[in-house]
Design a protein around this ligand. Structure first.
Ligand code: EPS
Length: 389
C-alpha cells in the first residue's frame, strides 16, 4: 500500500510529507510534482494568501538521479509567508496576539475542546487547508506511478453554490484514457474554475463575485474520474478492503468536505434498480462489457474495469468577512468570529486535492494486487494480468 504522513503549520517554516510504499525505479521529476502544486493554487475565488505562496517541492529523500529507491520519499514545501510569521510562529520564544473568537464551521472550537488551547492559533495553524499542499505532493507521486501503468486521472468542478453543471460528459470515456487526459489537461489551463461547461462556469464566476462583495463564501461539488483502472482492485471479502470505502474516507478527510458519492450516489438512491444498475453484455474475446457506468466503476467495493468516478461536496469556507456570531473565549462575551483574510471559494483547489487523494488510494490498491517492490515487475504484471476481467 502507499502510505503518507504530513506535518507542518500554515504559517510555519514548511510543510512536509513522507511517502512509503512507492516501488523502486519510478522516474520522478520535480516539475511534475510542482505542476500539481501549481494547479492546487489556481482557481477563481482564492484570497490574498495565494498571491504570496508559490509552492515548489524539495525532494529530501528516497529519489536518486530522478529514480525512486524504494525507500521513504521525503518532500518539503516551504511557506513563503513564514518570513511574516517568524516571531508569531517561533518554536522558541515569541509573542503574538492570541486568537480567541472561534469561527463557526472551522476547527477552532473543536481544537479548544480537544487540546484545551485558549489561543486558537494553536488550532487553526494545523487545521488549515494549507496542509493539502503536502497531500497534493503525495498524490503527484502516485499519479506519476499510475500514468506509468496506464491509469489517468482527471478532475473538475461540477458546481459552485447553486450553479450546477453535469461534470464530465460520459461520452468522453469512450476515447482512450491518455487522450482524454491530455485533452482536458490542456483545456483546463484556461478555465477559471476547471468546469467542463463554459456557460455554467461563467455563472459560477459571477456568483463568486457577488459573494465576495457581500463578505460571504461558497462551497460546491468536485468530480474525479480515473480512467484505465484495471478490474479487480479492492475487495468485498473484508469491510476495510472495500475500495469505495477507502476512497470515501480519503475524500472525506479533505478540509471542508461534507459529502462523498461514488458513481450516481445520491441520485441512484432516488431511482429504480432497473435504471441504476449497469447491464452486463458480451465483450471482446469472450469477456464482458458494461453499457453504462452509473456504479462509478465500483461494485462490491471492487473495480469493474470502467472509469472510477467519485464526487465530493465542499461546504462554504468558514472564514467570512461578514463574520458570524461567536463567543470571545477570554471573556465569555458574545462577539463576532475572527477574520484576517480569506478565500471566497476554494472548490477548484479542493478538486485538485480530491484527485491527489484518489490517486494515492488507487496506487495503493494496484500495488496491493500486483506487488510493488519494483516498477518493472509491477508494470509487467499489470500488462499481463490487469486487463483481463
Ligand atoms: C486557510 C486560510 C487561508 C487560505 C489557506 C487555508 O490562509 P491564510 O490564513 O494564510 O490567509 O489561503 O490556504 C492555503 C494557505 C493554501 O495553501 O491552500 C484555512 O484557514 O484553512
Amino acid at each position: 500500500m502507499v502510505r503518507y504522513r504530513t506535518a507542518g503549520e500554515s504559517h510555519g517554516r514548511a510543510l512536509m510529507v513522507i511517502i512509503e510504499g512507492v516501488p523502486a525505479g519510478l522516474n520522478i521529476e520535480r516539475k511534475d510534482i510542482n505542476e500539481e502544486l501549481a494547479r492546487r493554487q489556481l482557481g477563481y475565488g482564492r484570497g490574498g494568501r495565494m498571491q504570496i505562496e508559490r509552492d515548489e517541492v524539495e525532494i529530501i529523500s528516497g529519489v536518486r538521479h530522478r529514480r525512486t529507491l524504494g525507500s521513504p520519499i521525503g518532500l518539503l514545501i516551504r511557506n513563503r509567508d513564514w518570513v511574516n510569521w517568524e516571531q508569531a510562529m517561533s518554536p522558541d520564544d515569541g509573542t503574538a496576539e492570541p486568537v480567541v473568537r472561534p469561527r463557526p464551521g472551522h476547527a477552532d472550537l473543536a481544537g479548544h475542546h480537544k487540546y484545551g488551547h485558549r489561543d486558537l492559533r494553536n488550532v487553526l495553524e494545523r487545521a488549515s487547508a494549507r496542509d493539502t499542499a503536502a497531500r497534493v505532493a503525495a498524490g503527484a507521486v502516485s499519479m506519476i506511478l499510475l500514468r506509468e501503468l496506464g491509469v489517468h486521472l482527471i478532475g473538475c468542478v461540477c458546481s459552485v453554490g447553486s450553479v450546477a453543471s453535469g461534470g464530465f460528459p460520459s461520452q468522453w470515456f469512450e476515447r482512450p484514457a491518455s487522450e482524454v487526459y491530455e485533452y482536458w489537461r490542456e483545456l483546463e489551463r484556461d478555465r477559471p474554475l476547471r468546469c467542463p461547461d463554459a456557460g455554467a462556469e461563467q455563472e459560477m464566476v459571477e456568483l463568486i463575485d457577488a459573494c465576495r462583495d457581500e463578505g460571504d463564501t461558497l462551497g460546491g461539488v468536485v468530480e474525479v474520474c480515473a480512467m484505465g483502472v484495471p478490474p479487480g482492485l479492492g475487495s468485498y471479502a473484508q469491510w476495510s478492503d472495500r475500495l469505495d470505502g477507502r476512497l470515501a474516507r480519503a475524500l472525506m478527510s479533505i478540509p471542508g468536505i461534507k459529502s462523498v458519492e461514488v458513481g450516481d450516489g445520491f441520485s441512484a438512491a432516488q431511482s429504480r434498480g432497473s435504471r441504476v444498475h449497469d447491464p452486463i453484455v458480451p465483450g471482446e474475446a469472450g469477456g464482458t462489457r458494461r453499457t453504462s457506468n452509473n456504479a462509478g466503476g465500483l461494485e462490491g467495493g471492487v473495480t469493474n474495469g470502467r472509469e472510477v468516478r467519485v464526487r465530493a461536496g465542499m461546504k462554504p469556507i468558514a472564514t467570512l468577512r461578514r463574520a458570524l456570531p461567536s463567543v470571545d473565549l477570554s471573556t465569555g462575551e458574545a462577539t463576532s468570529a475572527h477574520h484576517e483574510r480569506s478565500d471566497v471559494c476554494a472548490v477548484p483547489s479542493a478538486g485538485v486535492v480530491a484527485e491527489a487523494v484518489t490517486a494515492v488510494e488507487l496506487a495503493g490498491a494496484i500495488i496491493h494486487r500486483f506487488g510493488g517492490d519494483r516498477l518493472d515487475h509491477l508494470r509487467d504484471r499489470v500488462e499481463r494480468e490487469g486487463r483481463s476481467p
